[in-house]
Design a protein around this ligand. Sequence first.
Ligand SMILES: [Zn+2]
Ligand SMILES: [Zn+2]
Length: 293
Amino acid sequence: MLVSRFVEGTMSAPEAQNAYCQRCSGAHYLISAARDFCVAKRCPDCLEVCSTCDGMGFQYFVDDNGYSFARPCPTCGPVDTRIQKFNDARIPAKYASNSAFDQFEYRKDGKAIGNLQKVHLKLYKYATEYAPGAPGLVLWGGVGTGKTHLLASVIRHLTIEKGVSARFIEFTHLLSQIRETYETGVGETTVMAPVINAEVLAIDELGKGRANDWQTSVIDEIISKRYNAGLTTLATTNYPLTAANPDDAADLAGMKKAMAQETLSSRVGDRIFSRLQEMAEFVHVSAPDFRAG
Ligand SMILES: [Zn+2]
Ligand SMILES: [Zn+2]
């Protein structure tokens, strides 16, 4: 049996940094929930003070011509960058403890839950193979199928594992933030610019809320600008792609009755819907409502 050599206070900082850290499983960071969002920080057990740079954040080195200069520490520099990207993404706090891909449960009591295993594998591959400009994904399916959780896992992996810049937004929350800017007189741009310009944008519950002209114009601005800039957009939606047959109970499973008659394109408009089809692959997430049982 393997026993950790790390006992607090018995190892020097460099030994701690190089030994396998049980607390963070060697990742050098820990994730916890702050008030609204997930927050990552350096693991205090193995990277509180980086032994490579003695906590300075940079190292001196001498080039071929004998000039000495500083460069970012190769040990803690990349970790700090990825931590910053993760924190900037603003993943909702409720996904702090369970959003790693290997924590996702696609089986219950040994039995497969809908098509979650397949979708999970697909998204894992997507996140690990992501390169700038990759087409996006739209996860669609009934309420409570785990779509948001999967979306959070993708953004977590992209930021903390790959150092990609990304932003997670809940659609209705974004709308209320924009409304607040009207009241406070702060320019709408302060809220919209980071959303429009994020390298990867994840929109949770696209199309939710009152589908009025103003809301449609907000979606239009985000999607059109991101489409033109070739940026990657991910989304979830509870709305189906085609209207359900009101007589078919299976079609209605996991969907509120009123919603069953609406589709994503009726919510966002045909123009935006067709843009989305060009920008992203639609992935059906099919599972019983987790929150029901
Ligand atoms: Zn650690
Ligand atoms: Zn360092």
